[in-house]
Design a binder for this molecule. Sequence first.
Ligand code: HSE
Length: 307
Amino acid sequence: MREIKIFSPATVANISCGFDILGLCLDTIGDEMVVREVAEKGIKITHIIGQDLPFETENNVAGVAALALLANIETTVGFEIEIYKNIKPGSGIGSSAASAAGAVFAINELLGKPFSTMELISFAMQGEKLASGSAHADNVSPALLGGFTLVRSYEPLEVLKIDAPTELYVTIIHPQIEIKTSASRAVLKNQVPLKKMVKQMGNFGGLISGLYTSNYDLISRSLHDEIIEPNRSVLIPEFNQVKMSVSNAGALGAGISGSGPSIFALCRGKNIATKVGGIMSEIYDKTDIEYEIHVSKINPEGIRIIK
Ligand code: HSE
């Protein structure tokens, strides 16, 4: 029986001005998965350790993504999936994406890599659709490609990878409250005033340019979200306080990680990233909300094979 064990990383989507199109891959937090080839055709979820999630293949994001892959290839075998969850669902750091992307990555490896990464992204997006009602690619893309990723187009799907500036770190605070992506999308408006669109496009272009040229000041000036953050930040306790305090302490900028409640800060160098983690802690220590802090470099490779 052939099997593969993988590390499937957490991710930060949106990164302030790139709603649904920009994401980055984390290094220090992620799930582990074991995927095994079996004689019986189809997909079976056999273990889910760490979280209470559905075992039925059609109701599980990894299962649905795996089925989307199998619908595109003739196989004589099936696959069992074991999921060891470290990323909490509803955390804003790509829990469903890690499971969906991990499943299709591992099955593709066991089948001898018949699918391109772009195809794997489109299969994994079906898991996102199950989890949130929207087949967004801004978490599954960085999980599969590593670095920063830009969804240049959804139809047809085109995703670009952008290598991270070498000194860039991410600090995350994950308040232990759950915000479902579907709920966090429901508070968004469908119309964007032209003036805000112009500002957002300027910041987005500036951020991409700053990433390509390792211009940390430009990255910092560009980390603003005129459109999504004002509606969502009210769902996150102490958001404004955290954002202001970490920027004063030297972070390049901060915003909502994905659909929240996690808050991310981009920092130049590990020392500032660690200090920023301390400041986030101090603010949340004054509340009765438990939290986790993560400090991570940008993961350049995405999902990796453990054995
Ligand atoms: N772009 C998605 C959203 C990411 O903000 O709703 C969800 O993790």
